[in-house]
Design a protein around this ligand. Structure first.
Ligand code: PLP
Length: 411
């Protein structure tokens, strides 16, 4: 890595732990290390702080504290909902989800399919948008759960969760949303949305890794996934990650405070980054609908070049971006999200996700924009099969223009 600054544009993968969160956590690592389930005050005082944090995250989610179950991560929360929906409704063996969910849903559904469940993965269109009529039609009498993410981690495309919740309610089917990418960017009100279950992960909102939550609507049937002690009111066994939970509570307060900054300043930074790349770098296109979209996310296709090369060159300049979800980066197969949107493999392999956050500055965006045209031009010069790929990309672009009505010269 060069001496340049580290410009972090991968906030959908994970976020810097806020200094305020570190401060909140430290006493629970250093001094107040008692077990919250212990009967003496050294334990019960710690339990009080866990409950205070529960109130704070409940306020972020728009829920009551009793509806919050702390877990170890977003993946555990997602897994827990799928398992619970099947266990509490033994006669129902069908799951309905989308082709663009995070691997924490997709891969678990694939396993459940091998174990005898039926799973429908709803398609999306070229903009990454769901057909709600098809969703409605795909709900069956034996559907145990509908699970649709609130916002896609790769493209930022936002799904109409309130409408989907209404469809599910009208059909008496449980509805879960993986809201991992929403907090701090979208206003959340689980009760008003009408969802039965909702998943969050603390490390996406400037808290520590290894802590997540599951919102389970009061009165909804829930079967614990981790079976052990009676922690979390019997909904999740295992001694609580107290420092993580306290930090999560502080991060939830900060996320509410930063909502406006994400939707004004960060959105403007993202828009400038995206518009300038699409204007100044030939053969580029945005992936996914422009709106409704998370204010921090931009996914851009760079034709005639592989994302892996872009990532390496930008890394040398101290710039962190990604080529998809952190969980699929490094695999040779192109992103399942972009493939589901109809991108040809050659184009899908040249896509980069820029995800900004509250710590990004104008200067960092300037730094990226100064370097990226030359990085792409240099990589294209050394791409051995550039001419063959030029033809492929031309065909793919023509198809895409027909599908989405064209996005201008540079798209
Ligand atoms: N769901 C979505 C939409 C995500 O983006 C992620 C993380 O990238 C997860 C779930 C998994 O969260 P965790 O890393 O806490 O398991």
């Amino acid at each position: 890595m060069t001496e340049g600054p580290t410009c972090y544009f991968d906030n959908n993968a994970t976020t810097r732990v806020a200094p305020e969160v570190v401060e909140a956590m430290l006493p629970f690592l250093r001094d107040f290390w008692g077990n919250p389930s212990s009967p003496y005050r050294f334990g019960s005082r710690v339990a009080q702080h866990v409950e205070t944090a529960r109130e704070k995250v409940a306020a972020l989610v728009g829920a009551g504290p009793k509806e919050i179950v702390f877990t170890s991560c977003g993946t555990e929360s997602n897994n827990a909902v799928l398992q619970s929906a099947l266990l509490t409704q033994p006669g129902k063996r069908h799951l309905l989800t989308t082709a663009v969910e995070h691997s924490a849903i997709i891969n678990h559904c694939q396993l459940l399919r091998k174990q005898g469940c039926e799973v429908t993965f709803l398609p999306v269109d070229a903009d990454g948008v769901l057909d709600l009529h098809l969703l409605d039609q795909s709900i069956r009498p034996d559907t145990a759960l509908v699970s649709v993410m609130w916002a896609n981690n790769e493209t930022g495309v936002i799904f109409p969760i309130e409408e989907i919740a209404a469809i599910c309610r009208s059909k008496g089917v449980l509805f879960h949303t993986d809201a991992t990418q929403a907090p701090g960017k979208l206003k959340m009100d689980a009760a008003a949305l009408g969802v039965d279950f909702l998943t969050l992960s603390a490390h996406k909102l400037h808290a520590a890794k290894g802590i997540g939550l599951l919102y389970a609507r009061q009165g909804v049937k829930f079967q614990p996934y981790l079976i052990g002690g009676h922690q979390e009111r019997g909904k999740r066994g295992g001694t609580e990650n107290v420092a993580g939970i306290v930090g999560f509570g502080r991060a939830a307060e900060l996320a509410l405070e930063h909502l406006e900054d994400e939707n004004t300043r960060v959105r403007a930074l993202r828009d400038r980054l995206e518009e300038t790349i699409l204007r100044d770098v030939p053969d580029t296109a945005r992936n996914g609908a422009a709106e409704p979209r998370l204010p921090n996310t931009s996914n851009i296709a760079f034709d005639l070049v592989e994302a892996e090369g872009i990532l390496l060159k930008l890394d040398e300049l101290g710039i962190c971006v990604s080529s998809g979800s952190a969980c699929t980066t490094g695999s040779l197969t192109p992103s399942h999200v972009l493939t589901a949107m109809g991108l040809k493999p050659a184009r899908a392999k040249g896509c980069v996700r820029f995800s900004l956050g509250i710590y990004n500055t104008e200067e960092e965006v300037d730094y990226l924009l100064t370097h990226i045209p030359a990085v792409i031009a240099r990589l294209r010069e050394v791409t051995p099969d550039a001419s063959a790929r030029t033809r492929d990309a031309g065909t793919a672009r023509a198809g895409r223009r027909a599908a989405v009505g064209g996005q201008g010269r540079h798209r």
